[in-house]
Write a protein that binds this ligand. Sequence first.
Ligand code: ADP
Ligand code: MG
Length: 252
Amino acid sequence: MTKPETILKAEDIHKSFGRLEVLKGISLEARNHDVISILGSSGSGKSTFLRCLNFLEIPTSGKVTVHGEEILVKNGKPQNVRHIEDIRSRLGMVFQQFNLWTHRTALENVMEGPVQVKREPNAEARDKAEALLKRVGLEDRMHMYPSQLSGGQQQRVAIARALAMEPDAILFDEPTSALDPELVGEVLKVMQSLAAEGRTMIVVTHEMGFAREVSSEVVFLHEGRIAEQGPPDEMFANPKTEVFERFISKVK
Ligand code: ADP
Ligand code: MG
């Protein structure tokens, strides 16, 4: 069998904030249907790395390729800026704090990208948004504003909003960390169903159950480098580094 196609490739990503080097050369490849969990202690560079993939942060150096379109960065300067918008539209992003538009209903939040960015006709975008909200279990909440929704419901709207752009891959940055414990499960369930559908996902998470059971690959970041990487079964059964062993003994 041939390997699934590469959706996203990051090569030797470095990022410094002033004199602080946060990412010290990170490379990662996501193939179609991969679910990659990124683990690591707070401050290890997980969010920065995710944000470098869609150029919410400009890496200091390195190369990002999405769907064959590459952006090489040298000295903080992207060489082919015109690809940035394209790469962004191909990568969905789900944030810890949902980042929904507070003055728009759930339905309007999901329609916004397709109408404004992709210029889809309103009726078409509405049909699609309704189907997606149904998909995440919110058919009876479509006309509510974010403030009328629980955290778990807001995060599901955010996931539907990402899906509406028909991304090649979805990046999640600790999607359940801001939720009350009893709401975590409903969001993980949606993410698990996306994985089962074959969606390509890169997920920064502290949910060890998700990392172990849902992901195809786990990446452990430590002080801006990949300290360990591999299939979850192997990694959790046989940590190769002391730092990862210590990490999993703390979070279990
Ligand atoms: P994680 O998501 O793993 O907790 P981050 O990527 O958010 O880690 O942060 C890694 C390091 O980079 C931290 O020391 C943080 O303070 C620093 N950092 C992140 N963003 C910025 C920024 N915009 N300016 C300065 N330092 C930053
Ligand atoms: Mg973070």
